[in-house]
Structures are given as structure tokens and as C-alpha cells.
Design a protein around this ligand. Structure first.
Ligand code: C2O
Length: 582
């Protein structure tokens, strides 16, 4: 079944200098197609048959309407990563938190306003690993008549980084998951991979012109460095929040992060590689393939096709962590720029949250592949989040249905320990290794200011994790290594021009301090944006209470919100371990 609505967006605003809002409408046909980025054909779920999926272009103030038609064999939700969803919490697309999934042969229409934010975001599926192939750019430009807070670029270019497995996508659910086979830039693996020599993303530039690169890390599990040979770029926005212009020759993006950067073609006419490479912050449980950089190319107008491109040297080994830290921690927000607001000084809710991996006891008579023969788990404050199974958490909250979750998420870990250098010395240390499995939430008063210190633990591995908050941007007041010191480190937090993000990489064995204003009633996930860590339960859910008026209160769900019914023909994650080597 298909709807007779074409993919389109409405450029109404060209005719008017008065800022008025348009409705931008898309149809997302989710269907399985065969693609071949490397040497083998694979059947993958896609939106409208393309990898990456369609780019959505809107202006700030527009209403976005997306009709999702699920013609795939999978349960689907689509999440609008970084969109505030102010007054539209039912449209967040967080599977089992704000809705049950759209089942095969079913439809659902997402409809929401995009207000108070500009820049580059992404949309992606929010069900198990399906975002590997179901993702695309979501570009929010200023209302007509409003300029960018930087010189107008000659052209704008989305650059989407993706992670590719040359196996059936269902195998990604295995524990341990298979190692990925490649990374793609705008769907292409480039000339450093077999069978892909002539399939490389090429950006044609005119010498002297300036381009706005809209860069998205849509990889499932890997932070990526990005570098252009012989060129610096100027970062002007991260996660759709404007920054002080920041000149750099290299950048890092965690899964889910975006960067907008100006690139001026100011070098001699020629060809220059634009490359990405994975960032290994610590011994990782989801190993990345060794070897080469992943390349795309800048081609200057007039360049000889026989010229050999300039190479870029990406950070690796001992300079990886300092390079990542320098780029991440040097970004500041554009004070006085569009949508900038000063950091609230008074904090109403202060949380200290330990975050990282742990273990879940291996059930009797089974073998488990995790460390010490156990299952791997993850935790916030020693709790592993368990997803609701029969109804979404937001519906359970709205209808006051008991037994789905408990509102008792703790503001502190159950005990103090040497977080970053964990080792088992006492009986109670074992407890920190085996977190408690629970569906627990933390309730916040409407409009309260929340500070979260996220402390990465060294339990199992101290690797960097990207923390993503649905429904809000947060200020990042500081980043550091080791254990957070509430006196020493608190003194040096940036309360003047801290960067704003929806996703932040917690340094390996380190911490970040975040602050946000809980101004949007609903239930909002806060989780690790490494997809492999979602089933480990590195997830929290905030419930933001209603404000004083109907306008500031959670409204009933749309009448056609998908319901959870069990259909055994639908693909679900395997619960047993399968040996991949056979
Ligand atoms: Cu981009 Cu909850 O995710």
C-alpha cells in the first residue's frame, strides 16, 4: 500500500521577507532493498530505497510532517535526534519510551514544530540496531530574512559518516556483535576498500569559495576523527547550536554528534583527501577493524584528473586521546548568537551519576561470552535499565498505570569508590560490578535546573561513551579525566560561554558536568549513543512534570499511536549466543 503524497518540501518563504512558517511534508517508505557498498550484495532496510536516507530540509519555525509507511519486515520507530519536541513528546520516536513500534504493514505520521534551534541534526530508527541503515540528515535553516551568524557560504554539503557490516543486519544483535567491515561517507566506502575503488564521495569546489560542511556521525558504535588534507576548517555549530568560530585541522564526532564547519578552498588547484578514522579511547569491547582511513575527495575545478591527491594524517596511538580532548573541550558557545541563553546559576537538582559497563550473571546451564564468563551489562548509578515490554513508559506515566516503572532512580551511586581505577577489593565492590536490573525513572519539577555530573567508571573498560539527552540541549560546563573532584573541578567550570550539545563524549575514565532546564513535560531518555550499549541498559529516563497551565502540560497521545501487540512473525533480537565462526 502506498500513499499518493510525493516527497517534497515547500520553499514558500522565498516570496516573503516576513518570517512565517511552512509545513514540510515527507513520506518515508521503509522497505528492504539490496545494496552493495563492498563486494557482496546485502539486503537492508532503507527509507525510500537509499543509503543514507533522504535529507530533510526545514526552516526554524516550520512544522515537519513525516508519514512513515512500514513495508519492511521489522518493527520501526523514527527518532528526530536533537529536536526539542517542545509540546510534542509523543513524536520523539523513542521505542518503548514514547511509543510502541510501528509494526510491519502499519503506518504512523510524525508531526511536530521545529522551534528555537538551527543547524544540522539527524533522524534515525530507534529500535535495536536498525539505525545502521535507517538514518539521514535533518537540516534546519534560519527563517527567511534571517542570516546565519557567519558569512554566507557559496554552497552547503552534508557529509554523513556511517558504519557498515557486510553481513545480514540481524546478526548485529549477537553477543558479541561481529566487527564492522567498513565505514561509509555519504553511502560510499571510497578508494581504500576492495570493490569500492571508483565509488568515493567527491566534492567539487571552486578555488576561493567557502563551503558549509554539515557533518553527521551516524555510525552505530564508533567515535570518528575527520580531517582534510592541507586545509583548516572553521567550526560554527555543533549539535545545531552555534559556536564561537573555532579553527581546527582535525575534529572528532561521537555517534550522534554533528558539526557544521566552513571550508574555504584556499589551496593550490588540486585534489585533497577528506578522511575519517575510528577513535579508540580504550580497549573496546566492540572492536573496530584495524588498518586504513576511510576517504572522500575534494576536487578543485581545473584539477588534473591524473594528479595524486594530498593525504591527511589522522590522529592515532598516543596522540588520539589528547587530540580528541583538545577539540571537544575547546568549543564554546556563541554568546549573544541566535537562541543563546546564559547558563542558569541556581541548580535545583544535582545528580552524580556513575556510568559504564558491568556484568550480568550468566544464567545457569548457558555459556556467556562476556568477561569472567558472564553477560556484559551497563549501568548508571549501578542500575541497568530494563525496557518496558507491554506499553510505552510515557503512556504508563500519562494513564497512571502501575507496575511498569518505579520512580526511584538515585541521585548518587550506592557507594563511593575509586571510580576511574576500579578494582575489586571488598565484597561490596562486587556489587558495583553486577548492577541491579530495573525500570527506574527520575522525576523533575517543571522548569527546574538540573545538573548531572557523569562519572565514567573503569569497571570492565574505561572507554569514552557518548551521552545523549532526548528533548533538550544541555550546557557542557566541563570535561576532565580521573575522578571528579567537587571542590577543585567545580571551581573551573565554564559558566560564561559553555558549549551546548544534545550528545557529549565522556572522556575515557573521566567525567563531564552538564546542566539543562527541564522545561518540556514528558518522558525523556538519557542514554549512551553507542547502539551496542543500549541493550546493556546504559539508559536513564527523566519524567518532567507538568507546568501550571494546559499549555505546559503533557497532552493525551494521538489516537493512532502504535500499540504493542505481540506478532510472532516480527523479527526480534535473538536471545541465545550464536557462534559466528561456523
Ligand atoms: Cu540518536 Cu535515543 O538517540
Amino acid at each position: 500500500m502506498t500513499l499518493a503524497i510525493k516527497d517534497f518540501f515547500v520553499p514558500l518563504l522565498f516570496f516573503s521577507s516576513i518570517a512565517s512558517a511552512a509545513t514540510v511534508e515527507h513520506v518515508f517508505q521503509v522497505k528492504n532493498v539490496v545494496v552493495k557498498p563492498l563486494c557482496k550484495e546485502q539486503m537492508i532496510p532503507t527509507v525510500n530505497g537509499s543509503l543514507p536516507g533522504p535529507t530533510i530540509n526545514v526552516r526554524e519555525g516550520d512544522t515537519l510532517v513525516v508519514h512513515v509507511i512500514n513495508n519492511s519486515t521489522y518493527n520501526i520507530t523514527i527518532h528526530w535526534h536533537g529536536v526539542f519536541q517542545l509540546k510534542s513528546p509523543w513524536m520523539d520516536g523513542a521505542n518503548m519510551i514514547t511509543q510502541c513500534p510501528i509494526q510491519p504493514r502499519n503506518n504512523f505520521t510524525y508531526r511536530f514544530d521545529i522551534t528555537g534551534q538551527e543547524g544540522t541534526l539527524l533522524w534515525h530508527a530507534h529500535v535495536v540496531n536498525l539505525r545502521a541503515t535507517l538514518h539521514g540528515a535533518l537540516i534546519i535553516r534560519p527563517r527567511s530574512g534571517r542570516p546565519y551568524p557567519f558569512p554566507k557560504p557559496y554552497k552547503e554539503v552534508p557529509l554523513i559518516f556511517e558504519q557498515w557490516w557486510d553481513v545480514n543486519i540481524e546478526l548485529l544483535n549477537l553477543q558479541p556483535a561481529p566487527i564492522c567491515d567498513a565505514y561509509l561517507i555519504n553511502g560510499l566506502a571510497g578508494d581504500s576498500y576492495p570493490c569500492s575503488k571508483n565509488r568515493m564521495f567527491k566534492l567539487k569546489v571552486v578555488q576561493g569559495k567557502t563551503y558549509l560542511l554539515r557533518i553527521i556521525n551516524a555510525a552505530l558504535n564508533t567515535h570518528l576523527f575527520f580531517k582534510i588534507a592541507d586545509h583548516n576548517v572553521t567550526v560554527v555549530s555543533v549539535d545545531a547550536a552555534y559556536t564561537t568560530p573555532y579553527v581546527s585541522d582535525v575534529m572528532i564526532l561521537t555517534p550522534g554528534q554533528t558539526v557544521d564547519a566552513l571550508l574555504t578552498a584556499d589551496q593550490p588547484i588540486g585534489m585533497y583527501y577528506m578522511s575519517i578514522s575510528p577513535y579508540i579511547s580504550a580497549n573496546s569491547l566492540a572492536p573496530v577493524p584495524p588498518g586504513h582511513d576511510i576517504r572522500s575527495l575534494i576536487v578543485y575545478e581545473g584539477a588534473k584528473s591524473t594528479a595524486s591527491p594530498s593525504m591527511s594524517l589522522l590522529p592515532s596511538g598516543t596522540n588520539a586521546i589528547p587530540t580528541a580532548h583538545r577539540f571537544s573541550s575547546n568549543i564554546t558557545s556563541l554568546v549573544g548568537g541566535p537562541y543563546w541563553t546564559p547558563v542558569p546559576e541556581h541548580v535545583d537538582e544535582k545528580m552524580f551519576v556513575t556510568m559504564g559497563l558491568g556484568l550480568d550473571p550468566c544464567p545457569p546451564e548457558t555459556t556467556c561470552n562476556g568477561p569472567l564468563g558472564q553477560h556484559i551489562a551497563g549501568s548508571f548509578n549501578n542500575r541497568t535499565f530494563v525496557m518496558p515490554e507491554t506499553i510505552s513508559l510515557q503512556e504508563a506515566y500519562f494513564y497512571n498505570i502501575s507496575g511498569v516503572y518505579t520512580d526511584d532512580f538515585p541521585d548518587q551511586p550506592p557507594m563511593k569508590f575509586d571510580y576511574a581505577n576500579f578494582s575489586v577489593r571488598t565484597e561490596s565492590d562486587y556489587e558495583m560490578m553486577f548492577p541491579e536490573r530495573k525500570t527506574s525513572t527520575k522525576t523533575l519539577k517543571f522548569n527546574s535546573t538540573v545538573e548531572i555530573i557523569v562519572q565514567n567508571t573503569g569497571i570492565i573498560s574505561p572507554e569514552s561513551h557518548p551521552m545523549h539527552l532526548h528533548g533538550f540541549n544541555f550546557y557542557v560546563l566541563g570535561y576532565g579525566f580521573g575522578n571528579y573532584d567537587p571542590i577543585l573541578h567545580a571551581r573551573n567550570l565554564n559558566l560564561v560561554n559553555p558549549q551546548m550539545h544534545n550528545t557529549v563524549g565522556v572522556p575515557p575514565g573521566g567525567w563531564v558536568v552538564l546542566r539543562f532546564i527541564a522545561n518540556n513535560p514528558g518522558t525523556w531518555m538519557f542514554h549512551c549513543h553507542m547502539d551496542a550499549h543500549l541493550p546493556y541498559g546504559i539508559i536513564m529516563v527523566f519524567i518532567v512534570e507538568n507546568g501550571p497551565t494546559p499549555e505546559t502540560s503533557l497532552q493525551p497521545p494521538p489516537s493512532n499511536l502504535p500499540q504493542c501487540t505481540h506478532d510472532p512473525t516480527i523479527y526480534e533480537s535473538p536471545t541465545t549466543n550464536v557462534d559466528l565462526s561456523s
